[in-house]
Design a protein around this ligand. Structure first.
Ligand SMILES: Cc1cc2nc3c(=O)[nH]c(=O)nc-3n(C[C@H](O)[C@H](O)[C@H](O)COP(=O)(O)OP(=O)(O)OC[C@H]3O[C@@H](n4cnc5c(N)ncnc54)[C@H](O)[C@@H]3O)c2cc1C
Length: 294
C-alpha cells in the first residue's frame, strides 16, 4: 500500500495550481514513476498528490510559425521518440528519451517529470541543456519562462516553486536548426539503467563540411547538475574535422569543466575517464551525422 493523503485529478493547469496552493503538503504528479517511488521510500509519504497526467493542454509536440519546437511537459518518452517533428529535427533528444528505463517507463514517464525531478542523471536533461531549452511554468503569479541554464540549483533541486506546473519546453529555431546531435549513455546494462554518465553533443559544420562552426556539449552525472562544458565548446569552434587529435583534446577540455563524484555506481576516476571518452565519441558521431568525413 502507498501512504498517500489524497489524489486530485486536475481539470486544467490553473485548477492544479489552485489545489497546490490550498494544501501546503500537496505535490504535482504526472506519470508518477519518480513520485510513487519516493512515496514508497517514505520521502513523500502522506502527501496529497495533484495529478496533471490527463491534461491534454500539456501534451504533444508542435512547431510554431517561427519554427520553434514546443514540447508539452506531459508528453511521455515514447511519444517524443516516435514523433515526426522530433525525428526530423531533434533526433538525439528522441534517442536520449529512448534510453530511459524500459518500455513501460517510456510509456508512462514524461519529459516534464524528468526535468522537474532535478536529477543530474535524467536522460533527457543533458540534451535539453545542449539545446538551451526554455522551461515554461504556470504558478499562482502567472506564467514565467526559465532558461534551462538557470533551472537547476543543486542535486534534485530546481528553481520551480512547489505550486508551479511546468506546461511546456521551447526549443528555439536558432538552437537546433543546422545542428546534428548524438547522445551517449554509459551504464552497466542496456535497459532499466540509470546513467553512470550521459553526454550530449550538438554540432554545426561549415558549408563545405570541413570545420566545426559551432558545438555544444552537456553532461549528466559529471557534476551535481546537468552541465555544459564551455572550455571544450570554445576550443573546438573553427577546428578541422579531420584532425584526429582535436577529438581527444575536446574530451580533455571537457573534463577541465566538470566535477564528477564517487558513488556506488562508479568512482570519480572512472567517471573522469568516461567524460573524456564519451565527449570524443559523441563529437565524432555528431560530425558524421552532420555529413562530415572523418
Ligand atoms: C524502473 C525505473 C527506471 C527508470 N529509469 C530511468 C532512466 O533510465 N533514465 C531516467 O532519466 N529516469 C529514469 N527513471 C525515472 C523516471 O521515470 C523519470 O524521471 C521520468 O521522467 C519521471 O516522469 P514522471 O512523469 O513519471 O514524473 P513524476 O514521477 O510524476 O514526477 C517527477 C517529479 O517532477 C514533478 N513534476 C512532474 N511533472 C511536473 C509538471 N508538469 N510540472 C511540475 N512538476 C512536475 C513531480 O512533482 C516530481 O517532483 C526510472 C524510473 C523507474 C521507476
Amino acid at each position: 500500500m502507498f501512504d498517500i493523503k489524497s489524489v486530485y485529478e486536475a481539470s486544467s493547469v490553473s485548477d492544479a495550481v489552485n489545489h497546490l496552493k490550498q494544501d501546503e503538503d500537496a505535490i504535482v504528479v504526472c506519470g508518477g514513476t519518480d513520485v510513487l517511488i519516493r512515496v514508497r521510500e517514505g520521502k513523500d509519504a502522506g502527501k496529497a498528490l495533484v495529478s496533471v497526467h490527463n491534461l491534454a493542454e500539456i501534451k504533444g509536440i508542435t512547431m510554431d510559425s517561427n519554427e520553434n519546437i514546443i514540447i508539452g511537459a506531459g508528453t511521455c518518452f515514447y511519444n517524443i521518440t516516435n514523433n515526426d517533428i522530433i525525428k526530423a529535427n531533434l533526433l538525439s533528444l528522441g534517442e536520449a528519451c529512448d534510453t530511459v528505463g524500459g518500455p513501460q517507463i517510456r510509456q508512462t514517464g514524461t519529459i516534464g517529470g524528468n526535468i522537474c525531478n532535478g536529477a543530474t542523471s535524467a536522460d533527457s536533461a543533458s540534451t535539453m541543456r545542449a539545446l538551451d531549452a526554455e522551461i515554461v511554468c504556470v504558478g499562482p503569479n502567472g506564467e514565467r519562462t526559465v532558461p534551462i541554464s538557470e533551472w537547476y540549483t543543486g542535486p534534485g533541486k530546481t528553481v520551480r516553486d512547489r505550486c508551479e506546473v511546468v506546461t511546456k519546453f521551447i526549443i528555439k529555431k536558432e538552437n537546433y536548426k543546422g545542428y546534428f546531435g548524438y547522445y551517449s549513455k554509459y551504464g552497466k546494462r542496456n535497459a532499466m539503467e540509470i546513467a553512470t554518465l550521459g553526454c550530449s553533443v550538438l554540432v554545426k559544420l561549415s558549408g563545405d563540411k570541413s570545420t566545426i562552426e559551432d558545438v555544444k556539449i552537456a553532461y549528466g552525472v559529471a557534476a551535481p547538475v546537468p552541465s555544459r562544458a564551455p572550455s571544450a565548446e570554445s576550443f573546438a569552434k573553427g577546428k578541422s574535422i579531420s584532425d584526429e587529435n582535436m577529438y581527444i583534446e575536446f574530451g580533455k577540455k571537457a573534463l577541465s569543466d566538470m566535477n564528477p563524484r564517487d558513488s556506488w555506481r562508479a568512482s570519480k576516476e572512472f567517471r573522469e575517464q568516461l567524460i573524456k571518452e564519451l565527449a570524443t565519441r559523441s563529437l565524432k558521431e555528431a560530425v558524421r551525422r552532420a555529413g562530415g568525413k572523418i
